[in-house]
Design a protein around this ligand. Structure first.
Ligand code: DGL
Length: 271
């Protein structure tokens, strides 16, 4: 099914509910700086983590169709919530689509030791049970602590990301206390937003706990696939679309990425 007629310099489409997927953009740009990227932030509908599975199935297809309409040659579904709830839709889509679920789980299974393993993700991701199930299969016998962190995405989207922000510190402690108490040796950041507050998570968990970013793992997996499919090439451009207020998104995205990015507004999609 891989497409021999795809032009190599077409962009890689990356999408998420908002700022989170930019962690995958940053990782991919480090690995493949020459690639063109189109990023879609569905900011009008953030957070995805509070949506039902039925809603997420529709939204996953809409997001894929949107980036495909921008001539994407391949896609990174840079959203743990979509990757866990709509895995079948991602897999059967007629473009090479890499989600964040499997690459993150595989990296967790490679972490050494016999201590419990932790997963943090959105409420909808944890509720799906998919992260836990996949990690149980990949790391049989390891105890698993899977925790939803519903406060993180709203804080990140509203810019409360400074490591000393009191609201963030409290939210981190509230969400992660069971993982720290369980003595996990590694913690999967199963929501792409969480990479933005990685420093706060590491500070709370301690330096002995290995943080595994599902966004980074997905970027690595996508890079491998693009190379093996001969789909590499481009001019290193990054274009961005948001279904929310474009100025707000452009400012937050530029600050994160470290270069000026002007997001274009697209009308919010309806379920
Ligand atoms: N960043 C997304 C994820 O990886 C979605 C977060 C949200 O919108 O709740 O799950």
């Amino acid at each position: 099914m891989e497409k021999h007629f795809i032009m190599n310099n077409r962009p890689i489409g990356i999408f998420d509910s908002g700022l989170g997927g930019l962690t995958a953009v940053m990782a991919l740009r480090k690995l493949m700086p020459e690639e063109n990227i189109v990023y879609f932030a569905d900011s009008a509908r953030v957070p995805y983590g509070s949506k039902s599975r039925a809603e997420l199935l529709v939204m996953a297809r809409q997001d894929l169709d949107f980036v495909a309409s921008l001539s994407a040659k391949a896609v990174i579904a840079a959203c743990g919530t979509v990757s866990s709830n709509a895995a079948d839709i991602l897999e059967s889509y007629p473009l090479p689509v890499t989600g964040v679920l499997k690459p993150g789980i595989e990296a967790m299974a490679r972490t050494p030791g016999s201590a419990p393993l932790g997963i943090i993700a959105t409420a909808a991701s944890i509720k799906s049970g998919v992260f836990r199930r996949e990690l149980e299969k990949a790391a049989p016998g390891r105890q698993i602590v899977a925790l939803p962190c519903p406060e993180f995405v709203p804080l990140i989207e509203s810019g409360r990301t400074a490591p000393d922000d009191p609201a963030l510190l409290q939210a981190v402690e509230r969400a992660l206390a069971p993982a720290r108490a369980a003595g996990v040796s590694a913690l999967l950041l199963g929501c792409t937003h969480y990479g933005i507050i990685r420093e706060s998570i590491q500070a709370y968990m301690g330096n002995g706990v290995e943080l595994v970013s599902a966004a980074d793992c997905a970027a690595e997996e996508s890079c491998r696939r693009l190379r093996s499919l001969g789909l590499t090439g481009g001019g290193g451009e990054c274009r961005c679309y948001t279904s929310g207020p474009e100025e707000e998104f452009s400012a937050a995205a530029s600050a994160l990425l470290g270069f000026e990015l002007h997001a274009e507004h697209v009308p919010p999609m309806k379920i």
